[in-house]
Design a protein around this ligand. Structure first.
Ligand SMILES: C[S@@+](CC[C@H](N)C(=O)[O-])C[C@H]1O[C@@H](n2cnc3c(N)ncnc32)[C@H](O)[C@@H]1O
Length: 244
């Protein structure tokens, strides 16, 4: 059976790679590198920097993977994701057959950690491959480290959710980390919060803002839209901590 290493590479800073990840990189014969437009071009460049910096023997192969566009979700978000996963699975099946010989090891460099808002594990489950997972530093960890905060309050839970869900409302009495937010959900969340916001975490373009949401909301919106226009893409994560 073919072996696939799913390697968490952390978010943005090559120094976030663990020793285990570096060792795994050096076991891979063929890397499969997804390519998804402008945003992914920047991420792809970082992945290539990682390969050049950490791999001792440059005998590996790199195969670009064209990622099909997900159809607009409308009111069927799960259906659109399932169809997209189906198309990706077929794609990978034929790529493995074409590029990965019996006994060879394939590798995926997953942004952050593969267990958090990433489809690689779900897609590999559907294929006849043996998988090994190497954890990485998530955007949530990078956010907390850069703001020098503990994520949870003593003995309290933290919800990790998406911008889409946050727009529907956040649960009472729980702090929330919001990811995948294309809508600037923080600007619409009712209630009195402190926000710890970070964009391009771990990279040279990192931006951090924190404070009472009502006071810093405008500043974040402004910085966010300017940065997005300048780079052509943005990735941001934030903690909303209810004020007591
Ligand atoms: C598809 S998810 C991938 C999460 C990733 N697997 C992880 O472990 O953090 C992409 C989302 O992660 C967050 N994210 C990833 N990299 C980030 C970064 N460098 N700075 C801020 N947020 C980031 C953003 O919320 C972005 O929309």
């Amino acid at each position: 059976m073919r072996k696939i290493l799913i390697i968490g590479i952390g978010v943005g800073n090559p120094d976030y790679l663990t020793v285990q990840a570096i060792e795994a990189l050096n076991r891979v014969d063929v890397f499969f590198i997804p390519d998804k437009g402008t945003e992914k071009k920047a991420l792809r460049a970082l992945r290539e920097t990682i390969l050049a910096r950490f791999i001792k023997d440059a005998g590996y192969k790199s195969v670009g993977v064209a990622i099909p566009k997900r159809r607009a979700a409308g009111d069927d978000y799960r259906g659109s994701v399932d169809d997209w996963h189906g198309a990706l699975t077929e794609n990978y099946e034929s790529l493995f057959a074409r590029h990965l010989g019996e006994g060879q090891v394939g590798g995926f460099l997953v942004w952050g950690d593969p267990m958090l808002y990433d489809s690689t594990l779900r897609i590999m489950e559907k294929l006849q491959v043996e998988v090994e997972v190497i954890p990485g530093i998530t955007a949530v960890q990078a956010l907390a480290a850069r703001h020098k905060i503990a994520l949870n309050r003593i003995g309290e839970p933290v919800l990790v959710t998406t911008g889409r869900k946050a727009m529907e409302g956040l649960p009472e009495g729980t702090d929330s980390v919001v990811m995948l937010d294309g809508e600037q959900a923080f600007a619409h969340v009712p209630g009195d919060y402190d926000i710890f916001w970070g964009a391009y975490l771990g990279t040279k373009d990192e931006i951090l803002v924190s404070g009472r949401l009502a006071d810093v909301k405008g500043e974040i919106e402004d910085k966010r839209s300017k940065a997005r226009a300048a780079h052509g893409w943005i990735m941001d994560t934030y903690l909303l901590r209810r004020r007591t």
